[in-house]
Design a protein around this ligand. Structure first.
Ligand code: PEP
Length: 691
């Protein structure tokens, strides 16, 4: 594993650990906003400031805290706004670590409430958990960009908004109804009596006795194992609990009748019939909007022989007030406030129990209506446990939250992938173009052949010179003229824009070769190029590969660049021998050159059947053989030289067909005969490189 992979793995592991912790912690708080509010109240109580903070503020804080935790977790999971989210998480955990250290040392609350009622940790366990999270938070805060994104930046807003809406809705719904997931020992289906039982063999609490004894005016402490003899006088003793025993999930449930104080816990829990318990920790602050419904249920109980009690921690005065405003005829009992708050997160809330088992729970907002009480509970749906199981609720969350986000992620990743592929293709194309542009020159060369007298030639060259000085061409331009024009044209031609070349040179250095013009002579006119191997010279003047080889060498020796023509005849094309022919022509005249010299050669593929005939090779035909020629060069000189070699196409090339031909990857321009004799026609072809 490379260092980089290891680094990314560690950072992303920290990220997932933080994300899962925050999501879990935020979610369990969000499904129980009142429970979280009570926990905040406990902290404020420990700080002695609870009385200064109104309940509504602690409730809002509860919803904000759970939503913040959940959102941070989800954003970290998706690697959304990586910089800011990792910073907030770091600050959040830093604050929490300080608080948990305080809790661990001072023990102001028995349970930190980090995971609501879902997971209980001791205060020191909580602190250690926070230290581990702190290390993870520092890691992601230092390298936020190493967190791999699950969703593109442009689509992150969907996750952000959907998550905020989801978690606020869950909080609000749990507040209106009851916690959607009940982690407390009083959940539906729980048997209260069973919850209070201590299983046989359970751990017992341990106590230690200390005896204070005195002898001769000296006081000393003794334990049982070193208890002194009778010469010591007993003064006092202390008993300290040194370890806790097993505490059952329900350990503080009792019901005392108001007035008599009679404990009726066992009566109620042992009753085989139905009992309704109206739970109100504080009658003073209970919601009284559903009083009629509560009274109707109480009457229904009287009519059908079911018990109905109101359990409250409120005193007689509040009970009397409640009775007078509601006309309540049911009995009131006292139960511990915290126990009542734990039983149901609603004030008031309604509990239906049978033989000590909790059958149903309702918040005051969702009390059953008259219709549901039309028959006795034994024959009614509400007399049985509800069908919506925990699995069903989890499935609902998956369907409404997890699945949409998964679909979004999948769509986003597919979209991002297709964009990546497109961009790669585009950059590949650009790269190829740049490479072509950089590596080999695009050229359009004119071959005047035996046309133009001196004056006409000069006039044409001047026109071309003016045209391309005014409007720079997009490729190299060369004019190859009869010998007689060279010296005159070289005088005025701007050879930075238009190169000048001859159409031939002798295969001898110098001497008694009447009528011949040597490469040295050509060079002395100011020309830089020479066309060699043109099919007309091969066929009319019997220029063999061997002669051409000499000419090429002499041209190069005189610093002339060679435009070397190759191409097959009509018969050879018809016999499908074109590849063989061009290969032989290359082998015969230029493939003996060194790579350095070969770099000074421009190849012109000119199918003889297309020269001056009006017939043109199709762009595909031309591309096919150009690619073949490039392959031959690659075989001989290597890929790089082949890539750098300019290969022109010649044969009835015109402004109309040049763009299609030049668009082919292996066609780098043209050698133009007839169409190079008029400035406009020639320019039309050159302009093909602008398209
Ligand atoms: C040539 O002679 O090189 C040539 C290609 O001629 P044309 O363009 O007239 O076919």
């Amino acid at each position: 594993m490379t260092k980089k992979v290891l680094k990314y793995s560690v950072i992303n592991l920290c990220r997932f650990m933080l994300a899962i912790t925050f999501i879990l912690s935020g979610f369990v708080k969000a499904v129980d906003p009142l429970g979280t509010q009570y926990k905040i109240g406990d902290y404020l109580e420990a700080l002695h400031i609870a009385s200064y903070i109104p309940d509504i503020l602690t409730l809002i804080s509860s919803i904000l805290l759970s939503s913040l935790e959940f959102c941070l977790g989800v954003f970290m999971l998706f690697a959304i706004r990586r910089h800011i989210v990792s910073k907030i998480i770091f600050v959040f955990i830093s604050i929490m670590t300080v608080i948990t250290l305080w809790i661990a040392i001072a023990n102001p609350v028995s349970d930190c409430g980090c995971f609501g009622d879902a997971i209980k940790l001791t205060n020191w366990e909580t602190f250690i958990k926070n230290i581990i999270l702190m290390a993870a938070a520092v890691t992601v805060w230092k390298y936020p960009l190493c967190m791999v994104r699950f969703i593109s930046k442009s689509n992150q807003w969907i996750v952000i908004n959907y998550t905020i809406i989801f978690i606020v809705f869950i909080s609000g719904y749990s507040l209106y109804d009851l916690p959607q997931f009940d982690f407390r020992p009083y959940h539906i289906g729980a048997n209260i009596k069973k919850g209070m039982e201590i299983p046989p063999g359970a751990k017992q609490p341990k106590f230690e006795n200390t005896f204070i004894m005195e002898k001769n005016g000296v006081r000393k402490e003794f334990k049982l194992d070193n208890y002194p003899d009778s010469t010591w006088k007993f003064i006092d003793s202390k008993t300290v609990q040194i370890s806790e025993g097993y505490i059952p999930p329900i350990h503080d449930f009792s019901i005392q009748k108001v007035g008599s104080g009679e404990d009726i816990t066992n009566n109620i829990l042992g009753d085989k019939g139905y009992t309704f318990l109206l739970i109100s920790p504080h009658l003073e602050t209970a919601d009284d909007s559903q009083l009629d419904q509560i009274n109707q249920i109480s009457e229904y109980c009287t009519d059908n022989g079911y018990k109905f009690y109101c359990l409250t921690a409120s005193t007689g005065k509040a009970i009397n007030r409640w009775q007078s405003i509601t006309g309540a005829e049911y009995s009131f009992c006292n139960t511990d406030e915290t126990t009542l708050k734990t039983i149901i997160r609603s004030n008031p809330g309604l509990l239906l129990i049978k033989a000590g088992t909790i059958i149903r729970k309702w918040s005051h907002n969702t009390l059953p209506d008259e219709k549901q009480f039309s028959k006795p509970l034994e024959h009614s749906e509400i007399g049985t446990m509800p069908k919506d199981s925990v699995t069903g609720k989890i499935l609902k969350i998956i369907l409404w939250y997890v699945l949409p986000l998964m679909v979004l992620t999948l769509a986003d990743r597919t979209w991002a992938w297709s964009r990546w592929v497109k961009n790669k293709e585009k950059s590949n194309k650009i790269y190829q173009l740049l490479k072509r542009k950089k590596m080999r020159k695009k050229i359009v060369a004119g071959n005047w052949k035996m046309n133009m007298n001196l004056q006409d030639g000069i006039a044409l060259a001047k026109e071309l010179n003016d045209t391309f000085t005014a409007e720079k061409p997009n490729c190299g331009v060369i004019i190859c003229t009869p010998f007689i024009h060279l010296a005159s044209i070289a005088q005025f031609l701007n050879q930075d824009i238009i190169g000048l070349g001859a159409e031939n040179c002798a295969d001898k250095v110098k001497g008694a070769y009447t009528g011949e013009v040597s490469a040295e002579m050509v060079k002395s006119t100011g020309a830089q190029y020479v066309v060699l191997g043109h099919s007309e010279r091969r066929s009319y003047y019997n220029e063999t590969p061997a002669i051409l080889k000499e000419k090429v060498q002499l041209a190069l020796d005189n610093n002339l660049k060679v435009i070397f023509c190759i191409g097959e005849s009509k018969e050879e094309r018809e016999a499908n021998r074109q590849n063989e022919v061009v290969k032989a022509e290359l082998d015969g005249s230029v493939f003996d050159l060194s790579a350095e010299d070969f770099a000074k050669i421009v190849i012109a593929y000119e199918p003889i059947w297309a020269i001056g005939t009006g017939l043109t090779a199709t762009s595909d035909q031309a591309e096919e053989i150009h690619a073949y020629i490039r392959n031959c060069i690659a075989d001989k000189y290597g890929k790089q030289v082949a890539e750098d070699t300019t290969i022109l196409y010649g044969g009835s090339c015109k402004a109309s067909n040049a763009p299609e031909l030049f668009a082919k990857p292996d066609i780098d321009g043209g050698l133009i005969g007839g169409a190079s004799l008029k400035a406009a026609d020639f320019k039309g072809i050159i302009d093909a490189w602008k398209k």
